[in-house]
Design a protein around this ligand. Structure first.
Ligand SMILES: [Zn+2]
Ligand SMILES: [Zn+2]
Length: 140
């Protein structure tokens, strides 16, 4: 069995039902981070409560990570195999102010931050704003 979607689900201990495979496929085909709304639009044949339950399950199992890009709607993106969403594995996100898309910059790690004594870091939300590679070409 070399279905990449089933493999990714199995890796996170998620039972590979047909609808979960369908949703994961849509997520992986989405080129940028997606919102719940975007998934509902892409998967208009799937029950909305099933989509939101599946997103929550995938998120709990670290198959996807969530991004608060400051636009008011939480975005999600599929994690790389083996990612445990630990601080040292987090990456920078980029929100394009023109096309409004949010990108995972997996090659850009978050700079190390030194906190004053007594502060315990639990999570980092590092979002850059600007023009994406496509929009910057149109702008010039
Ligand atoms: Zn853009
Ligand atoms: Zn990301």
């Amino acid at each position: 069995m070399d279905n990449i979607y089933e493999e990714r689900l199995a890796e996170r201990d998620i039972k590979p039902t047909a609808v979960r495979i369908l949703i994961l496929q849509a997520m992986m085909e989405h080129q940028t981070a997606f919102s719940l709304n975007a998934m509902e639009e892409m998967l208009d044949t799937v029950d909305k409560s099933t989509i939101s339950r599946t997103i929550n399950l995938f998120h709990d199992k670290l198959l996807i990570h969530s991004i608060d890009d400051g636009t008011g709607s939480i975005k999600y993106s599929v994690c790389r195999p083996g990612c445990m969403c630990q601080i040292n594995q987090l990456h920078v996100h980029f929100n394009c102010t023109s096309c409004k898309q949010t990108f995972c910059m997996e090659s850009v790690s978050i700079p190390e931050v030194k906190l004053p004594q007594g502060f315990v870091l639990e999570n980092i939300n590092f979002v850059l704003k600007g023009l994406c590679d496509r929009c910057s070409k149109i702008a010039t």
